[in-house]
Design a protein around this ligand. Structure first.
Ligand code: OSB
Ligand code: MG
Length: 368
């Protein structure tokens, strides 16, 4: 597939809810929509990073500059027989995995459209719908949290994840557990704690959580291994896993027993399959994470989550939870906690061009 031209578009999209985590509050998303053109087809991607480096290091202005000034000029006018060869072209640049993942996602969409096949099939996916839960932000009160948990469960979601931070953790988790004795519950700390907080995590064991997501530093593995050996509940790594190598090292030292796999964080779809295969070799499960994606990224995540070891419910909940209006025509909606997999070629989505144009703040068009 030859990449003939590319379009970058910065859009902003208001969230339907205020999403508070230990690292801050989000009320809207800013997304770069990338379109690659080749052989009469279009391939789409969207980015996950924001203006500030509060989750991992990458930023939206950094991604724009790298795509426009380095990555796209490197691939424009060139032919790549498959995504592996595209990846080899950009793999030598250090880090910036979320930015590389955007280019790679658009190429997968374009390439699979060339093959006339849906992404999930080309990847070797094994299911037609994926189990999903929801990620609840830090709410203003315990009562408000209990209401949202009840709503999520009655909507059929298969797991409820609660964001925690120091001072908003054990009491919250025990109260939700008491109100919903059978629910599949987890917590996500987004790196807000240190090894000085072992007592807090020991107390959380009583909440019978499926796992505790990313309790310690965003770039740590060793302290997570120490914490894992001191508590009964499984640790799930999110921020700390940025590559297949990270996954291997984490599992080798026992830094956790579950991985939240976000394709963008590890460099894209190919790297996700590698992380998946490593976790599988340890006999452990993964689940599909989320970064409050709009339709393009949400669809891509759904395709990747058809791989065999995505057995735990992921964060890819219904698009209508997040957006008044999405940027794609298809409605990505879960029923009874199961999200159907798009079946058209590539990502299987149609961009709402008019709507995307209306919310565009900046564009760039590049040719070979
Ligand atoms: O830590 O999983 C996280 C959203 C943005 C950044 C980090 C995280 C999240 C979520 C929301 O938990 C997942 C989603 O609903 O897309
Ligand atoms: Mg997380």
């Amino acid at each position: 597939m030859r990449i003939e031209a590319a379009e970058l578009r910065l859009i902003s999209l208001p969230l339907k809810f205020r999403f508070e985590t230990s690292f801050g509050v989000q009320t809207e998303r800013h997304i770069i929509v990338l379109t690659l053109y080749g052989e009469g087809l279009e391939g789409y991607a969207e980015t996950v990073m924001e203006y500030t480096p509060h989750y991992r290091e990458e930023t939206l202005p950094g991604a724009w500059a790298l795509l426009e000034g380095l990555l796209l000029p490197r691939v424009l006018g060139r032919e790549f027989a498959n995504p592996e060869l595209l990846w080899s072209e950009i793999a030598g640049y250090r880090g910036n995995r979320m930015t590389k993942a955007a280019l790679e996602m658009a190429f997968w969409d374009l390439w699979c459209k060339g093959l006339g096949q849906p992404l999930w099939k080309v990847l070797g996916g094994v299911r037609q719908e994926i189990p999903v839960g929801i990620s609840l932000g830090i709410e203003p009160s315990l009562e408000a949290t209990l209401d949202k948990v009840a709503k999520g469960l009655s909507d059929g979601y298969k797991r409820i994840k609660l964001k925690i931070k120091p001072g908003w953790d054990v009491k919250l988790a025990l109260a939700v557990r008491e109100a919903f004795p059978e629910a599949n519950l987890t917590v996500d700390a987004n790196s807000a704690y240190s090894l000085n907080d072992i007592a807090t995590f020991r107390a959380l064991d009583a909440a019978r959580l499926d796992y505790i997501e990313q309790p310690l530093a965003y770039d740590d593995l060793l302290d997570h291994a120490k914490l894992q050996s001191a508590i009964a509940t499984s640790i799930c790594l999110d921020e700390s896993i940025t590559s297949p190598e990270d996954a291997r090292k984490a599992l080798e030292i026992g830094a956790g027993r579950v991985i939240n796999l976000k394709p963008a964080r590890v460099g894209g779809i190919l790297q996700s399959r590698k992380v998946h295969d490593i976790v599988q070799s340890y006999g452990l499960p993964v689940w599909m994470g989320g970064m409050l994606e709009a339709g393009i990224g949400r669809a891509a995540n759904i395709h990747v989550a058809t791989l065999p070891m995505f057995v735990k419910p992921g964060d890819t909940s219904s698009a209508s939870r997040y957006w008044q209006e999405d940027i794609i025509e298809e409605a990505l909606e879960a029923r009874e906690g199961m999200m159907p997999v798009p079946q058209g070629p590539g990502l299987g989505i149609t961009l709402k061009r008019d709507f995307v144009e209306k919310i565009t703040e900046k564009t760039a068009y590049l040719t070979a």
